[in-house]
Each structure stands twice: as structure tokens, then as C-alpha cells.
Design a binder for this molecule. Sequence first.
Ligand SMILES: O=C1O[C@H](COP(=O)(O)O)[C@@H](O)[C@H](O)[C@H]1O
Length: 221
Amino acid sequence: MNLITYPDREMMMIDVANMMAGELRAALASNGTASLAVPGGTTPGPVFDNLCDVDLDWANVTVMLGDERCVPETSERSNTRLIRHRLLTGKAAAARFVSFAIDPETGLEALQAEVETHLPLSLLLLGMGTDMHTASLFPGAPELPAALAEDAPAVVRMTPRDGLEPRLTLSGRVLKGAMSTHVLIAGEEKRAALETAASIHDAAAAPIRTVLGDATIHWAE
Ligand SMILES: O=C1O[C@H](COP(=O)(O)O)[C@@H](O)[C@H](O)[C@H]1O
């Protein structure tokens, strides 16, 4: 496992943002465009605060979420809301945004087709829950086996079993195909979950395993 540990969270957030900026610049230099998928939740806000004012060709960057909770965009739990307020602001406001805030009944096929046009992702930032989920690939969810299949659509629905709201998430295939992957985690409980995931060899029980072989994991207490 490629794990970087930091003396504190602030340093981690700055370093990860700098690393991401460098990788986006490299992707833009070689392809002219770049695609970036980012997590929601409580952890990555400070990375976005550091990244959004970095000087790069944001107009040629496409940003999307790794997953979205099916809640109104006005909800505190909306990942779209987080991205709009903390990442797609300042210089990064020029980036193109592929929104997951759709009605899954009517808009999923169009979203899947749209995401497909931005693959492979140039850069993927993920978070992880203490239950070892990443994006919204939740252990025990009925849709998980199909979401981890090699021929899964780019975006799939997911119903977490613990009563959390339904989700839309990038599938395992999309996460695995990213050109560069970073996982951002903080706190002792998540560090313990990471060690468990590394030891159990089963992506269905520990979906973070989908990327563990290829990703750089960033951790601070
Ligand atoms: O529900 C989610 O959880 C994970 C982890 O979130 P955190 O609050 O523990 O940082 C997050 O990566 C994902 O995007 C989010 O929808």
C-alpha cells in the first residue's frame, strides 16, 4: 500500500492540493483537457479551498463527483453543494461541471453517456468511510456486485443498507481506470479501517480495495 502519513491535517490538505494541481497541469499539457472526479463528505473541503485558486487552465478541466447522495442541492448533505461552494469558485469557477444532481428515474442514462466521454479520468480523489466504503460503493448494498463488475455502467445507483439516503456513484470500473488516484483520510478510526481493508482481500466486504493497489493514500491524525 502506498501510504503517506502527515504530521497534521493542514499540511496534508495543502500537499494533496499541490499534488493534484501538478497532475492536472501535466494532463492538460499532454492532452489539452483533463477530467477530475472528487469526493464529497466532511473531509475534502480544505483541499478544495487550496485547489480552487491555483493558476491552471481550468476552462479545459471537467470536474465531476465520485458520488452523490440523492438529496436536494440545498441540503447540507449534498455533495454537489460542497463542490459548488468550495471547489467551483475562484479560478476553478471556469471549470466545466458534470452534475450528478439528476432524477435517477429519468436522467441516469444521459449521465452515464456523458461521464463515459470523460474517461479515463485524468485524476481521481476519493474519501473513505469507517465501513470501508469509497465513493458510494457500500459493503452490503444490493447493487454492489453489479457496480463492481467489469462491464458496469459508468454511473450506478446504490442503496446503503444502514438507512442512509440512496446514492449515485461512479462504478468500480471507472475508479480502477483512472490515470491517477489519491485517497484522503483522517483520524485513527479510518486508519484502522484502512488496515482492515488491506488485510481482508475482498472488495465486496471492503470496497476501498477496488483502488488500494494503485492509489496513493494520504493520512493524518
Ligand atoms: O458518504 C460519503 O462518505 C465518504 C466519506 O465521507 P467523510 O465525511 O467520512 O469524509 C465520501 O468520500 C463520499 O463522497 C460521501 O458521499
